[in-house]
Design a binder for this molecule. Sequence first.
Ligand SMILES: NC(=[NH2+])NCCC[C@H](N)C(=O)O
Ligand SMILES: [Mn+2]
Ligand SMILES: [Mn+2]
Length: 312
Amino acid sequence: MSTYKPKFLKSQSVGVIPVPFSGGQKRDGVDHGPVKIIQFGLLDQLKELGWSVTFDGHRDYTQLRPASDPPVGKLLNTRYVSAVTESVASSVQAHLEKGSLALTLGGDHSIALGTFAGTARVHPDAALIWIDAHADINTPETTDSGNIHGCPVSFLLGIAGHVKELGWVKPCLTPDRLVYIGLRDVDAGEKKILKENGIKAFSMHEVDKYGIAKVVEMAIQHVSPNRSRPIHLSFDVDGLDPSVAPSTGTPVRGGLTFREGHYICEAIHETGCLVAMDLMEVNPSLEDDEAVFQTVTIGCSLVRCAMGETLL
Ligand SMILES: NC(=[NH2+])NCCC[C@H](N)C(=O)O
Ligand SMILES: [Mn+2]
Ligand SMILES: [Mn+2]
C-alpha cells in the first residue's frame, strides 16, 4: 500500500479536530466551516490515501462562551477565544502525543493560537509555515479591528504583551521558526513588527518574482535549515485568490492560484516533516452555493495534497 514514511509520526495516522468557532472575528458563518468540510467526505478521502483516521467529533464550543466577555482594550471576546484555544491546544497535544498528525478544521484563524501551542508542547522545536493574505501578527496595541484572528502569531511569539484573559498562552515560537507565504494585506503596525523581529515573509511579490517552487524551497530552508524540524502548516484559505476560494471573511485580491496553493501543500508533504495542519477561515455562509462548494472542495484538496495525494 502506502510507502509514506513520516519522520515525526509513529504511524500514518491523523487526528481530525473540527473547531466550529467564529469568535476571533465578527462575521457569522465561519463556525460552519468544519461541518461542511466533513460532510464533503474529507475523512474517507484521507482513509483512501492510506491514513488511519481518528475523528474527534463535532463538539459544541459555544458551551465555553463566558457569560461576560467585555473588550480588553480593543481586543474582543478575549475570554471566549482563550477558553476555546486552550481546549484546542489540548486536543492537538493529545493526538501528537499518540504519534499522530493533528489536523484542525476552522473556524477563524484565532484557533491557530491553540493549535500551534499544542504542537509546541510535543515538538518544542516545530517550524510554523503560515499561508495567508494577512500576517495575523497584530498585538493588542496595533490591532485596528480588535479581532483576535488578526493577532494569533504575536501571542505565540510572546510579543503581544500580557493579556490576563489569555494568560494560558505561553511564548512557544521564535522568529527564526516562522515563515509566511502569500501576504498582501499587512497592516502598518504589522509591517513594523515583521521588520523589527526579522521575520521571513514571502509576499505575493516574491511569489511573482521567484515562482512558487523557489519560494517554498526558500521558506522550508529558512525555518528548517537541516530539514530536521517538525512542520506545522497553518493554511488560511484567504491566502488563495478570491476567484479560487471565494467563501471567506476577509478576501483580498491578487492571491495564490489554485496550483500555487496545491504546490505548497505537495512540497510540504514531500519533506515528510508535517506533524500538524490547520485549514482555516472557510465560511460557508458567504457567497452563493457554487462558491461555497468551490471553497470547500479546494479546502479538502489542499489537505489531501499536504497528506500525500499526488497528481500521478
Ligand atoms: N485570519 C484573518 N483572516 N485575518 C485577517 C486580519 C485582518 C486585519 N489585519 C486585522 O487585524 O483585523
Ligand atoms: Mn487571512
Ligand atoms: Mn489568517
